[in-house]
Write a protein that binds this ligand. Structure first.
Ligand code: SF4
Ligand code: SF4
Ligand code: SF4
Length: 275
């Protein structure tokens, strides 16, 4: 099947937040009232129950003019996804559309995906079972895979009234992004297509008016080395030597050492707070 991309042209966005509302509505996500943050931005970051946040950025351009920049932010659906690499349960997986999803039945709430996502867009939601015992599951933008399977577009794309978002085949969307970049270069000399190579390219790509860091994005995100070591070396060797069950126990210890975000402070280029 052809791979698909959600293409976001931030220069067409007018900050209406309809994409945020559509996402909450379609995915039945609860409201999350937030304290006033000193700006019109409603939520500081993407959370387990708010998969898409509209960021509002006050920016002074190279000519000293004040510009108001907006960005629809959600999962990037990386081609080489760190979350898929580190998940010990194979709960994080690629779909036929090229996007990345969580299988809630398989997720054990270990949080390794949260620790390793270079964009900080996956979080753990807390639930209670019928005995009142708490458990956790990873949650993030699904690229509205349930809609895609029915031949529809993602809810945020359908709702966008300025055509700042479009959805289509990889080839078609990359062509569109290149054409748009050539049209806006005069107005925005720092404009670029954000489709980072360090994560194998993404299935949510942006035309940004300014460099990524202006939008709170890492300039050169990459799959953390700890994730590569874990998936490509430690897990296969461990399974061969110990068998899958013992490896799961060893994994809990090793992974906690490898994936302690607080301890390692995120890798150089993979870091970047979300907003
Ligand atoms: S942005 Fe993060 S959560 Fe989304 S696919 Fe990439 S690594 Fe996974
Ligand atoms: S919390 Fe753990 S089990 Fe669940 S998706 Fe993330 S890495 Fe996989
Ligand atoms: S693609 Fe769907 S789940 Fe993802 S941000 Fe848009 S509406 Fe939300």
């Amino acid at each position: 099947m052809a791979e698909y991309i959600k293409y976001v042209d931030v220069t067409k966005c007018d900050g209406c937040r309809a994409c945020m509302v559509a996402c909450k509505n379609w995915n039945d996500l609860p409201a999350e009232p937030e304290e006033f943050q000193g700006s019109v931005q409603s939520h500081a970051n993407v959370t387990a129950n708010t998969w898409n946040v509209l960021s509002f950025i006050e920016h002074e351009d190279s000519k000293g003019n004040l510009d108001y920049l907006f960005r629809h932010s959600s999962c990037f659906h990386c081609t080489d996804a760190a979350c898929v690499k580190v998940c010990p349960e194979e709960a994080m997986h690629y779909t036929d559309f090229g996007s990345v999803n969580v299988d809630s039945d398989k997720c054990v709430g270990c949080g390794y995906c949260v620790q390793n996502c270079p964009f900080d867009v996956v979080q753990l939601a807390t639930y209670k079972d019928k005995n009142g015992k708490e458990y956790k599951k990873a949650q993030k933008c699904t690229m509205c895979v349930d809609r895609l399977e029915e031949g529809m577009q993602p809810a945020c794309v359908t709702t966008c009234h300025t055509d700042a978002m479009e959805f289509g085949t990889q080839e078609e969307m990359l062509k569109k992004a290149k054409k748009r970049l050539s049209e806006i270069k005069d107005k925005y000399p720092n404009a670029m297509i954000y489709n980072p190579e360090g994560v194998g390219g993404t299935h949510t790509i942006y035309v940004l008016a300014e460099k990524p860091s202006v939008y709170g994005l890492p300039e050169k995100p990459k799959v953390p080395t700890s994730a590569v070591v874990w998936k490509d070396y430690a897990q296969p060797i461990g399974k061969m030597m110990l068998g899958a069950t013992s490896m799961a126990l060893v994994g809990a210890f090793v992974s906690n050492k490898l994936f302690n975000k607080e301890g390692k402070g995120h890798e150089e280029d993979g870091g970047g707070s979300h907003e």
